[in-house]
Design a protein around this ligand. Structure first.
Ligand code: HEM
Length: 341
């Protein structure tokens, strides 16, 4: 028994002595570093981040005792590594595929001549909501890309002064335009949900989508075709929820969320946003130069009967049977579908 007690005592003395020695050597290292490399006291910072536990502070709040959160370095590596690399290439690839498609195929043109009889396709409220989300999306996309890739693409070209000014502008635009985008997308979802519900004839569209894209084959569909419905459910609903939810966590850090939550939210936000931009480029292409007449539909609200027949036959039939008000004569501001002589 006596022997055991003596052994324990000796062990404790050794342990305490070892710790004291380690602490002393830490202190010694810190003091030495202050002399040889003033302003770079790495031993102090190593000590601060050595333990996962919180240190003592008089500042109240979650994590206020964690001076250096080491996972921040992991987040930085993920940001500047895979997210920037794969995300950047995804957007470049989307641009290349769209450009290759356009040069190989050209835009999808009408087979027959426009009749000059116009049909109301989008009401004023629908146009306002659509263009609000479209413009705010472009502002968010461009400012976000500037913040993520600017230091690789813009900084070497425009220099630090202009780049500093531009990124400050991008950050503020991003923060203040985001709520407008979220609001417009919520309204858009409510407004177009019914027209985007899946129908049996959508499967037909999927089966013939290649023929439609390559040869402009006529596939009857409702107000929105199956491709547009995928954009609606995957992009407008799915990706909007992902970017908005993670974005709000980043936009309002005053709800006491931890740094780990912010880091995770950033990874979700940037990844979802880059996928969203890549898919949206496809939508923007189809809505401008990809499909003849589409842009004018959203700009003026009216479409020609020929366009409706060739792209949305079922919707045209429903409209003609009186469920939606037809436009009648060509209204001012809708010249894109005037009968060509
Ligand atoms: C500069 C950007 C954009 C342009 C030029 C554009 C263009 C268009 C056009 C021309 C249409 C009407 C197509 C038709 O008559 O069927 C349309 C529809 C639509 N847009 Fe956009 N759009 C843009 C951005 C956006 C954004 C950012 C969103 C969502 C966040 C969006 C969501 C929709 C939806 C849900 C529809 C109805 C379904 C569809 O046609 O895909 N658009 N867009």
């Amino acid at each position: 028994m006596k022997l055991l007690t003596s052994l324990c005592l000796a062990l404790s003395v050794l342990l305490v002595g070892g710790m004291a020695f380690a602490q002393q050597s830490d202190v010694q290292q810190q003091q030495e570093r202050r002399l040889v490399q003033p302003g770079n006291n790495a031993p102090v910072w190593r000590e601060v981040r050595k333990e996962a536990q919180e240190h003592t502070t008089t500042v109240r709040g979650r994590e206020t005792g964690v001076l250096v959160q080491s996972a921040g370095q992991t987040w930085r590596q993920i940001r500047n590594g895979p997210v920037t690399f794969y995300g950047g290439w995804l957007v470049v690839l989307a641009v290349l595929i769209i450009a290759a498609f356009y040069f190989a195929r050209g835009s999808i043109k009408l087979h027959e001549r426009p009749t000059g009889r116009l049909i109301l396709r989008f009401g004023t409220a629908e146009q306002v909501v659509h263009w609000t989300s479209a413009i705010s999306f472009c502002v968010l996309g461009l400012s976000g890309l500037t913040l993520l890739f600017g230091k690789y693409v813009l900084l070497p070209v425009i220099g630090y002064l202009l780049f500093g000014w531009l990124t400050a502008l991008a950050k503020n635009l991003h923060n203040f335009v985001a709520p407008l985008f979220i609001l417009s997308v919520v309204v858009m979802i409510v407004m177009w949900l019914r027209d985007n519900l899946p129908r049996a004839y959508d499967f037909q569209w999927f089966r013939k989508s290649w023929a439609f894209m390559m040869h402009g084959e006529h596939v009857p569909s409702g107000r929105f075709n199956a491709g547009e419905k995928v954009w609606f459910w995957l992009g407008v609903i799915g990706l909007s929820i992902a970017v908005s939810w993670s974005g709000v966590i980043l936009l309002f850090p005053n709800f006491d969320q931890t740094r780990a939550v912010m880091q995770e939210a950033w990874i979700w936000h940037a990844s979802a946003a880059l996928i969203y931009i890549a898919i949206a480029l496809g939508h923007i292409y189809m809505g401008t130069i990809g499909v003849e007449g589409a842009y004018g539909n959203m700009r003026t609200g009216y479409t020609d009967e020929t366009w409706a027949k060739e792209h949305h036959q079922i919707w045209l039939d429903e409209t003609k049977s009186g469920r939606t008000a037809p436009g009648g004569a060509v209204p001012a501001g809708a010249p894109h579908m005037k009968e060509k002589s």
